[in-house]
Write a protein that binds this ligand. Structure first.
Ligand code: NDP
Ligand code: 8X3
Length: 252
């Protein structure tokens, strides 16, 4: 059987592009997300590329649901070589005194707890086989904190710490742990962040060329195709028009 890669949040954006890239590289894919119809469409596309695909529809915020989904995997499919922890979101962009509990909980439960629930289920198999690669999708928001970014930035700072912690703890088991940290990428990210307000989402990218999902998929391709003795710890990828989380150059 071909090598197996699992991509969380494959129904959109960076995750979908990464699953497609990995399929073209020759992997069989486990794709996850909450939107079954989108998983079905992607599954058909990846099948056309010659990959076998298992789609798992579950909410990563729910530990039991996540565990049940992983338990569905046969012994063969459970031998995951690469795990891309991508599922995540920003919800809201408000000063700390106005933030919604529901937004905060959604981000913490998805970006931190969900990543941990899933990783804890996949890591033991990698340890047993003494082989594996985990790529966590972090963000410029994991390195800087900006106005109204408070809790989203905190969750991505947590992803940075978890990545470093995983790398240390998994060192004796020959498991690579990497992260990729993008600046602005035009996906459904801002539409989700602004609770479906497309006008506000479009403003984020107005007057500049952001990154696109394939730019990050290509970066992940570089990360996962290094030789066995090389681990890429982290790659920070920014649009040319974005110097920091807040300094952008926009044309009128
Ligand atoms: P999208 O909104 O396009 O994709 C997010 C993906 O996460 C979807 O597939 C969604 O699937 C999945 N997801 C969200 N919540 C859950 C959940 N509770 N359970 C399971 N899956 C979930 O955004 P991006 O592709 O941009 O985001 C991907 C990652 O990249 C995120 O971690 C984000 O923080 C990070 N990032 C994004 C940047 C950007 O500017 N776009 C920059 C830096 C980092 P579904 O809704 O079907 O469940
Ligand atoms: C997403 C990038 O700048 O909106 O992680 O935080 S940013």
């Amino acid at each position: 059987m071909k090598k197996i890669a699992m991509v969380t949040g494959a129904t959109s954006g960076i995750g979908r592009a990464t699953a497609t890239m990995l399929s073209k590289l020759g992997f069989n894919l486990i794709i996850t997300g909450r939107r079954q119809e989108r998983l079905d469409v992607l599954q058909a596309e990846l099948n056309n590329n010659g990959s076998e695909v298992m789609s798992l529809c579950f909410d990563i915020r729910k530990n039991k649901e996540t565990e049940n989904a992983i338990q569905q995997l046969s012994n063969e499919w459970a031998q995951i070589d690469i795990l891309i922890n991508n599922a995540g979101l920003a919800a809201g962009a408000d000063p700390i005194y106005n933030g919604l509990w529901s937004d905060w909980e959604q981000m913490i439960d998805t970006n931190i707890k969900g990543l941990l629930y899933l990783s804890k289920l996949i890591i033991p198999g990698m340890m047993e086989r003494k082989q594996g690669h985990i790529v966590n999708v972090s963000s410029i928001a994991g390195k800087e904190t900006y106005a109204n970014g408070n809790v989203y930035c905190a969750t991505k700072h947590a992803v940075e710490a978890i990545t470093k912690g995983m790398r240390i703890d998994l060192l004796p088991y020959n498991i690579k742990v990497s992260s990729v940290s993008p600046g602005m990428v035009e996906t459904e990210f801002s539409i989700v962040r602004f609770h479906g307000d497309k006008g506000k989402a479009d403003n984020v990218y107005k007057g500049l060329t952001p990154l696109f999902e394939n730019d990050i998929a290509e970066t992940i391709e570089f990360i996962v195709t290094r030789p066995p003795h090389v681990n890429i710890n982290d790659i920070l990828v920014m649009p040319t028009a974005q110097a920091t989380a807040v300094y952008n150059h926009r044309e009128e």
